[in-house]
Design a protein around this ligand. Sequence first.
Ligand code: NAD
Length: 481
Amino acid sequence: MTAYPTLKLFIAGQWTATGEAGSMDVINPATGDVIGQCPKASTGQLDAALKAAGDAFPRWSATPGAERYAILRRAADLLRERAPVIAKVVTAEMGKPHAQAVGEIAGSADVIDFLGEEAKRRGGRMIPVRGGQLIAQMVTHEPIGPAVLLTPWNFPVNLPAKKIAGALAAGCTAIFKPAENTPASAQLLVECFVDAGVPEGVLNLVHGDPGPIAEHLIASPVTRKVSFTGSTAIGKQLGALAATHMKRFAPELGGHAPVIVSKNADIARAAAMCAATKFRNAGQVCVSPTRFLVAREVYDQFVADFAERASRIKVGDAGIDDSVEMGPLAHARRISAMEQVVADTGGNRGEVVTGGKAMGGRGFFFPPTVIANPAPDSRFMTEEPFGPIAGIVPFDTIENAVGIANGLRYGLAAYAFSADLDEAHYLGRALRAGMVGINQLIVSSPETPFGGVGDSGFGSEGGEEGYLAFTDTKLVMLAKA
Ligand code: NAD
């Protein structure tokens, strides 16, 4: 494989491999081998990153949008050029197959392009005045200030790319703290921005223990905005902290996406699409289709088709075998999380139709797993599994299915398959989620907003919303002198 890079922090325009708070192992989840040492930033190094982001903000925010665009455009091109190498590092760090990593990076470059273009495109607006001495009422979108960007490991290039590009395009500076297990993916992405000409201090990269780092960065008076992707539990903690310090907070959290399959849908097609999408990235996707609610008339056929396809997915070390379709889980904790879900089945609590047991041996492998008829109060039906487990439940009426779909506090993605146009419209309206896919399972593109409701968070990334999220709205009312 491509050589694993020496891991570094990037602070005030300087790369350093010295973590003043020590270092931590990086592990290849397919083998369990240590592949790198990641430097941990000390409080002093975090303060240096904060100072750099604060000092760089006045100049970067005053840089014309067209210049910011030009730099982001170059960063996107560098990312495209370097994709084959970066994709290998992504696979080594978190296990996804090479083709999925390449696709993730291509999508990331497109997101950077789109958000960079927003810097040229996004103006404010004029509001008609009511008369009197007033001449104009102008609304503008001002960069909010230095932003703290906290990202997870499941899309170790795409999620940071969205946050970094949104922040930098809008004129914000940033301190980026990636997941502990995917530091090199983050570093190679940051290198694209740096090599594209992002000025000193505008983008800083720090590593270390997430809790203390997040607390320190959020509490700093320099920080104006916090953008976090991760679990609902941590999102709530960080949101409380951000509120204490009156910082703008953008949480993109967990989900437990329902998929309603109507009796009039093409069942074979729906089952094939659902099985392929569910196990992408080993199910470690916040919008992964997971709770399958299937009309009773077609339930048996759907379960049989879905489980058959799931059981044929090739699982293995994608770093050494290009034909592997599903890699390992990201770390050992995810295996025990899957085991807890499966432990709450059996009897009238659901039947494991395929998979269900960790694969043993080296690495953190858990097979595609299908639970038929999980009980409504089972762990599967109530908690986000965030892994390769799907559950399938029969329903009698569409309204009953919508009730189950909307029955959790999550509301990120929801999906439905229906050949009836009226029913499809109804489902699009009735499903409580930030994003709904009908007759297909994609709810993300560079141009569209991505975000949830309820315990899945609020606000959006990507699309024009992903730019505006890093701005404050300002009104200027101008009257005759
Ligand atoms: P985890 O909570 O240990 O870590 C997930 C991410 O949160 C990591 O990137 C980590 O750096 C960060 N994190 C953890 N504690 C933090 C803290 N106190 N302050 C700031 N950041 C912190 O969980 P895990 O087992 O690695 O991942 C599974 C869980 O994470 C699931 O519940 C899933 O919902 C969530 N997750 C969500 C997404 C998403 O796209 N929304 C992505 C990855 C993980």
